[in-house]
Design a protein around this ligand. Sequence first.
Ligand code: NAD
Length: 338
Amino acid sequence: MKVAFFSSKSYDQEYFTRINESYGHELRFFETRLDSQTIQIARHYDAICAFVNDKVDSKTIKKMKRRGIRLLVLRNAGFNNVDLEAAAGNGITVLRVPAYSPEAVAEHALALILTLNRKTHKAYNRVREGNFSLERLVGFNISGKTAGVIGTGAIGKAFIRLLKGFDMKIVAYDPYPSDELKRQGIQYTSLEELLSLSDIISLHCPLTPDTKNMIKAQTLEHVKQGAMLINTSRGKLIDTEAVIQALRVKKLGSLGIDVYAEEEKLFFKDLSEMIIDDDVISRLISLPNVLITAHQAFLTREALEQIAHTTLRNLSDYEKGTVNPDNEVNIRHFQKTT
Ligand code: NAD
């Protein structure tokens, strides 16, 4: 199939081009973000391949249909950026990579925790400048502390496996608890109870109308004083202003995020010579107890290989008329997760 890749980076080109040797599709890589304007460059393609911050709204979808494109393949798991109702209404099939390497994201969440806690990012900079002082580098023992895992799907489960190695107490919240985890002794609680018990809270649920701003002023009231909040899922799960306020009054002790509510205009770009036109992220960056990475939790060799294989297989399956139902996202799926 002839496929137009949007928001593509050097690593997408490298992995997809190499792995496509065994699939034989015709791939064209565009760096531009997909939206209702940029879709114009996709002339004479069979499919569009999009990523997390591409804007696949009803306008984009209608234009896809007008160009004769009937397939959208997402090279990621989340699909909150796709108007599924418009896709169904315009006969566009949406396929995704539901799970590629949950360990990659779980390990990044852990990296944020360890870095924030033991301040290795600050120590690294200090030592490079000949500053060997330990002042203000005090952390806490993770062993024996309580972790609250919100969302216990593929990534939440992988994260829990890692936490066990740290000898942590683990509580979880998920409207669909896992029997497997219950059998392992993981205790499910209400969201409020989890927030009140946890020294470290980590978000691993999808962004849906139900979960949008699940961490807001009201919920932050339940948080244990000084807790660490980690978000590697989607930025809009947290009300950033409310979280900044909670950091200010020391209700939250620290924040580690790989995702940001308004990341579309910032992440995946080198803006180092520009003035960042976003006061909220500028305030976050200025706080000493906040660590931000730019949506890189998925970025391991293993994950990139798996993403390329599943995406290319999705294209081949569609061509043969044998779509894998587990990889298809449709409006029914969306209704189930809300
Ligand atoms: P998954 O579908 O396997 O698991 C999601 C879990 O969240 C499910 O168990 C579901 O029941 C639960 N859930 C649904 N609504 C909830 C709610 N209101 N409260 C608590 N839990 C709820 O998904 P996954 O593969 O584990 O991925 C989780 C999320 O991680 C994705 O939706 C995506 O947003 C994010 N993600 C981020 C990156 C990154 O690079 N930062 C990469 C991949 C995925």
